[in-house]
Write a protein that binds this ligand. Structure first.
Ligand SMILES: [Zn+2]
Length: 147
Protein backbone atom coordinates (compact mmCIF):
# COMPACT_ATOMS: atom_id res chain seq x y z
CA UNK A 1 0.00 0.00 0.00
CA UNK A 2 1.89 3.01 -1.30
CA UNK A 3 0.84 6.44 -2.55
CA UNK A 4 0.87 6.32 -6.35
CA UNK A 5 2.15 9.92 -6.42
CA UNK A 6 4.98 9.92 -3.89
CA UNK A 7 5.38 6.23 -2.91
CA UNK A 8 4.82 7.04 0.76
CA UNK A 9 3.67 4.00 2.75
CA UNK A 10 -0.02 4.27 3.62
CA UNK A 11 -1.63 3.61 6.97
CA UNK A 12 -4.78 1.50 7.14
CA UNK A 13 -7.25 4.41 7.45
CA UNK A 14 -5.33 6.53 4.97
CA UNK A 15 -5.57 3.71 2.44
CA UNK A 16 -9.20 3.02 3.14
CA UNK A 17 -10.23 6.69 2.87
CA UNK A 18 -8.41 7.03 -0.40
CA UNK A 19 -9.95 3.88 -1.90
CA UNK A 20 -13.42 4.93 -0.73
CA UNK A 21 -13.14 8.42 -2.19
CA UNK A 22 -11.03 7.99 -5.30
CA UNK A 23 -10.52 4.28 -5.92
CA UNK A 24 -6.78 5.01 -6.03
CA UNK A 25 -4.05 4.65 -3.39
CA UNK A 26 -3.01 8.12 -2.22
CA UNK A 27 -1.41 9.52 0.93
CA UNK A 28 -3.22 12.13 3.00
CA UNK A 29 -1.29 15.00 1.42
CA UNK A 30 -2.13 13.93 -2.12
CA UNK A 31 -5.75 13.22 -1.18
CA UNK A 32 -6.07 16.79 0.09
CA UNK A 33 -4.54 18.16 -3.09
CA UNK A 34 -6.97 16.16 -5.18
CA UNK A 35 -9.98 17.28 -3.13
CA UNK A 36 -8.99 20.91 -3.79
CA UNK A 37 -8.68 20.25 -7.52
CA UNK A 38 -12.06 18.52 -7.61
CA UNK A 39 -13.71 21.38 -5.72
CA UNK A 40 -12.22 23.99 -8.03
CA UNK A 41 -13.02 22.28 -11.31
CA UNK A 42 -15.87 19.91 -10.48
CA UNK A 43 -13.62 17.13 -11.75
CA UNK A 44 -15.54 13.88 -12.13
CA UNK A 45 -14.14 11.00 -10.06
CA UNK A 46 -13.86 8.95 -13.27
CA UNK A 47 -11.38 11.50 -14.66
CA UNK A 48 -9.17 10.81 -11.67
CA UNK A 49 -9.44 7.07 -12.10
CA UNK A 50 -8.65 7.34 -15.79
CA UNK A 51 -5.73 9.68 -15.07
CA UNK A 52 -4.18 7.14 -12.72
CA UNK A 53 -5.04 4.26 -15.06
CA UNK A 54 -3.09 6.06 -17.78
CA UNK A 55 -0.25 6.82 -15.38
CA UNK A 56 -0.02 3.13 -14.53
CA UNK A 57 0.25 2.40 -18.26
CA UNK A 58 3.16 4.83 -18.47
CA UNK A 59 1.26 7.74 -20.01
CA UNK A 60 2.15 11.25 -18.88
CA UNK A 61 -1.15 13.09 -18.75
CA UNK A 62 -2.35 16.25 -17.04
CA UNK A 63 -5.45 16.55 -14.89
CA UNK A 64 -7.54 19.70 -15.37
CA UNK A 65 -5.27 21.27 -17.91
CA UNK A 66 -6.06 24.88 -18.77
CA UNK A 67 -5.93 25.24 -22.57
CA UNK A 68 -6.44 29.00 -22.63
CA UNK A 69 -10.23 28.81 -22.92
CA UNK A 70 -11.30 26.07 -20.62
CA UNK A 71 -10.14 23.40 -18.26
CA UNK A 72 -9.78 20.02 -19.96
CA UNK A 73 -10.43 16.96 -17.77
CA UNK A 74 -7.34 15.14 -19.03
CA UNK A 75 -4.80 16.30 -21.60
CA UNK A 76 -1.99 14.31 -23.16
CA UNK A 77 0.05 17.12 -24.65
CA UNK A 78 2.67 14.95 -26.37
CA UNK A 79 0.09 13.80 -28.92
CA UNK A 80 -2.23 16.81 -28.48
CA UNK A 81 -5.10 14.75 -27.18
CA UNK A 82 -7.82 16.13 -24.91
CA UNK A 83 -10.08 13.77 -23.03
CA UNK A 84 -13.37 14.94 -21.57
CA UNK A 85 -15.44 12.75 -19.30
CA UNK A 86 -19.17 12.91 -19.92
CA UNK A 87 -21.10 12.45 -16.71
CA UNK A 88 -24.61 13.41 -17.67
CA UNK A 89 -25.35 11.83 -21.00
CA UNK A 90 -29.04 11.41 -20.42
CA UNK A 91 -29.38 15.12 -19.63
CA UNK A 92 -27.52 16.44 -22.65
CA UNK A 93 -29.45 19.41 -24.01
CA UNK A 94 -29.02 20.86 -27.49
CA UNK A 95 -27.28 23.90 -25.93
CA UNK A 96 -24.71 21.65 -24.28
CA UNK A 97 -24.31 19.65 -27.47
CA UNK A 98 -23.54 22.74 -29.55
CA UNK A 99 -21.17 24.03 -26.84
CA UNK A 100 -19.34 20.70 -26.90
CA UNK A 101 -19.07 20.84 -30.67
CA UNK A 102 -17.74 24.40 -30.57
CA UNK A 103 -15.20 23.49 -27.94
CA UNK A 104 -14.10 20.54 -30.06
CA UNK A 105 -13.81 22.87 -33.07
CA UNK A 106 -11.55 25.30 -31.17
CA UNK A 107 -9.39 22.42 -29.98
CA UNK A 108 -9.02 21.10 -33.52
CA UNK A 109 -7.97 24.54 -34.69
CA UNK A 110 -5.20 24.41 -32.11
CA UNK A 111 -4.16 21.00 -33.38
CA UNK A 112 -5.79 19.11 -30.53
CA UNK A 113 -8.07 16.13 -30.89
CA UNK A 114 -10.85 15.87 -28.33
CA UNK A 115 -12.47 12.61 -27.38
CA UNK A 116 -15.41 12.33 -25.03
CA UNK A 117 -15.70 9.28 -22.83
CA UNK A 118 -18.88 8.40 -20.93
CA UNK A 119 -18.11 7.99 -17.24
CA UNK A 120 -19.80 4.58 -17.09
CA UNK A 121 -17.14 3.26 -19.44
CA UNK A 122 -14.41 4.08 -16.95
CA UNK A 123 -16.41 2.54 -14.17
CA UNK A 124 -16.86 -0.77 -15.98
CA UNK A 125 -14.07 -0.93 -18.54
CA UNK A 126 -11.14 1.06 -17.19
CA UNK A 127 -8.52 -1.28 -18.62
CA UNK A 128 -10.12 -1.41 -22.06
CA UNK A 129 -10.57 2.36 -22.04
CA UNK A 130 -6.87 2.86 -21.25
CA UNK A 131 -5.91 0.38 -24.00
CA UNK A 132 -8.05 2.22 -26.53
CA UNK A 133 -6.50 5.54 -25.56
CA UNK A 134 -3.05 3.99 -26.02
CA UNK A 135 -4.18 2.98 -29.53
CA UNK A 136 -5.48 6.47 -30.24
CA UNK A 137 -2.14 7.91 -29.06
CA UNK A 138 -0.27 5.63 -31.45
CA UNK A 139 -2.50 6.74 -34.30
CA UNK A 140 -2.00 10.41 -33.43
CA UNK A 141 1.76 9.94 -33.16
CA UNK A 142 1.85 8.38 -36.62
CA UNK A 143 -0.17 11.30 -38.01
CA UNK A 144 2.11 13.89 -36.39
CA UNK A 145 5.12 12.22 -38.06
CA UNK A 146 3.43 12.35 -41.47
CA UNK A 147 2.90 16.09 -41.14
ZN1 LIG B 1 1.55 11.00 -1.74
Amino acid sequence: MKCVECSKKLGYMEHRNSMDHFGVELCEYHQTRLVKLIEMNKTPIEAIQLYYGLKEAGVKAMLEWWDGNKSVDIAISRVKLNIEIDTEYHMLTHEQAINDLERAMHSFKNGFTTIRIPHVLIKHYLKETVNNILGIMEGLKANIKVI
